[in-house]
Write a protein that binds this ligand. Sequence first.
Ligand SMILES: NC(=O)C1=CN([C@@H]2O[C@H](COP(=O)(O)OP(=O)(O)OC[C@H]3O[C@@H](n4cnc5c(N)ncnc54)[C@H](OP(=O)(O)O)[C@@H]3O)[C@@H](O)[C@H]2O)C=CC1
Ligand SMILES: O=C(O)C1=N[C@H](C(=O)O)C[C@H](O)C1
Length: 268
Amino acid sequence: MEKVRIVIAGPRGRMGKEAVYLTGRTDHFELVGVLDYKHEGKRLNELDDFTSPAYDVPIYTDIEKCLQEVKPDVLIDLTTPEFGMFHAKTALQYGVRPVVGTTGFTNENLAELEALCEEMDRGCIIAPNFALGAVLMMKFSKLAAKYFDDVEIIELHHDRKLDAPSGTAVKTAELIAEVRKPKKQGHPEEKETIQGARGADFDGMRIHSVRLPGLIAHQQVMFGADGETLTLKHDSYNRTSFMSGVRFAVDEVLKANVLIYGLENIME
Ligand SMILES: NC(=O)C1=CN([C@@H]2O[C@H](COP(=O)(O)OP(=O)(O)OC[C@H]3O[C@@H](n4cnc5c(N)ncnc54)[C@H](OP(=O)(O)O)[C@@H]3O)[C@@H](O)[C@H]2O)C=CC1
Ligand SMILES: O=C(O)C1=N[C@H](C(=O)O)C[C@H](O)C1
């Protein structure tokens, strides 16, 4: 089997580091370079966390130079929304398939990438959450929303997280909105005496974002009806929990020539 040539953007980050280690333990993956806006000209295995010879690959700050020189099949982005979008666009323009875990993309970003995938005849996967249990939680939420119109999403994350609400919460709300009867929840005359008390409004349903040290990534989706509630809950207790989804996405993107937004679209 030919190895999949992979570049990782954001290798020093919490997720990027795990993705580097994933390439090291996956026989058919080959890390061929990384994108890091610090350490230009060094090799990855010169950095403290990556001393294994498996990580003796070049560090680039310039994505075009990186793609031209190491010619990857797939670029995995785990950076920030601004750079994630730039990296995904540039990769597609070079015929390289992006797998993006970075959250905070706008609908305009998604539309632009969808058009670029079509133009370049290349796939791109944007996965707001790679944890397979989280994807199932989202699927089950959509199923439950057929029967329950009242729902509140509570997402809980570590306090180093930049975006709120989380990409997972937004995706969950989008999936629910596909089937839920439009409804403004709560009392029609409710008033917030402290701004934000009722959370963010997405199509009349509410999203609450909790940020605390000690947390990793957690979400509860609470449905309510007369005399009953249904709570769907998922917890990631470490970042390795995301890696089987990253491996799955890399394998799947190679077969794709369109934008795939969310692993639920390709998980049977
Ligand atoms: N889809 C999923 O399952 C998951 C997605 N995420 C998402 O992944 C993203 C990263 O999360 P996390 O790892 O926790 O964040 P970190 O802040 O730990 O990592 C981001 C890394 O990207 C680096 N970086 C920033 N800009 C660039 C650039 N232009 N080129 C290369 N590297 C760059 C940062 O460097 P520096 O620190 O020096 O600025 C940092 O090392 C977030 O959007 C998060 O929401 C997180 C977990 C799971
Ligand atoms: O920043 C994180 O940590 C996470 N981000 C993703 C999101 O925004 O949903 C996925 C997971 O929740 C962890």
